[in-house]
Design a protein around this ligand. Sequence first.
Ligand code: BJW
Length: 237
Amino acid sequence: MKVLLKAQSVVVLTGAGVSAESGIDTFRDSKGSGLWSRYNPQELATPQAFSADPELVWKWYEWRRDRARTASPNPAHRVISSWENRFKSFLLVSQNVDGLHQRAGSKKIICLHGSATEVRCTRSTKVFLKPDAFEQIPPYCLCGSMFRPNIVWFGESLPPGAMESAYERISNCDALVVVGTSLAVYPAANLVPTALQYGIPVIEINVEAGDFSSRTISLLGKAGEVLPDLDRGLDEH
Ligand code: BJW
C-alpha cells in the first residue's frame, strides 16, 4: 500500500467493528444485527433515560462492561497498537468504550466517547476507574450521589478538546485509516469528509461499503484479517 509506505504521520479512526472479532456487539449494520436493533438508544443511551430509570441503564452497562472485560484484543487491535512504533507520528482516535485498544497496548489514543471502565460521580463529576462489576446496582459514590458510566450519551458533549485535537492531527497527517465504523454518529463522522476536503488519502477498512467509500481507498473485509495483511505488506518493503 503505497500511501502507507510513504506516510510519516498516520491517524487511525476506529469504531465498534474493530472489536467485532473479539465478540463485542456493533451498534448498527445493514443487516440490522447491531445493538440498536435490539435496544432502543433513546431508552438507554441518553441522560434523560438515565434520569428516568438509572437501574435499567446500569443493568445494560453492567452487561456490556462484563462482555468487554471477558473479551480479548484481536489482531486488528494489536496491529494498530504496533503502529505507534512504525510511523514517526501516530494517533488513534477511537469511538469505542470497551478498553480493548488500551489492553492491546495503545497509548497514543483519544477516546471520543469515554470509557466503560470508568464511572463518574453525578454530583462532583469526579471520574473513578472501576473495571470490575459493582455489587449493587445502581452504584453510589461515597458522597452519597449516584455514579454514572463515564460515557458520552446522545445529546452530550464530547470530552473537552478531543475533537479539536483530532482535527488538528488529521489536517496535518499523510493518511487517515478508518476501521470498522458506520460513520453514522456525529461529530466523529465529520473527521472523514474533513480529511477528504484537505486532500488527505483515506483508507477505509470495513466488511461493507459506506457513504464515503467511492472517495476512499476501500478495503472490504474483516479488520482482524485486513489490518495484519496490510501490516505484513509494509514489512515486505
Ligand atoms: C466491521 C466488522 C469487522 C462490523 N471488521 N468492520 C449532526 C447531524 C445529525 C445529528 C447530530 C449531529 N451532531 C450531533 C448529532 C446528534 C448525535 C448523533 O450523531 N446522532 C446520530 C445518530 C445522527 N450526536 C451526539 O449526540 C453527540 N454529541 C454531540 O454532538 O453533542 C453536541 C450536540 C448534541 C445534540 C445536537 C447537536 C450537537 C454524542 C454522540 C455520542 C455517541 N455515543 C454512542 C453510545 C455511547 C453509549 C454506549 O456505548 O453505550 O457511541 S452511539 C454509538 O455509536 C457509540 C459508538 O461509539 C457510535 C459510533 O458507532 P460505530 O462505532 O460507528 O459502530 P456501528 O455499529 O455504527 O458501525 C460498525 C461498523 O463496523 C459497521 O460499518 C460494520 O459494517 C463494521 N464492521 N464487523 C470491520 N469484523
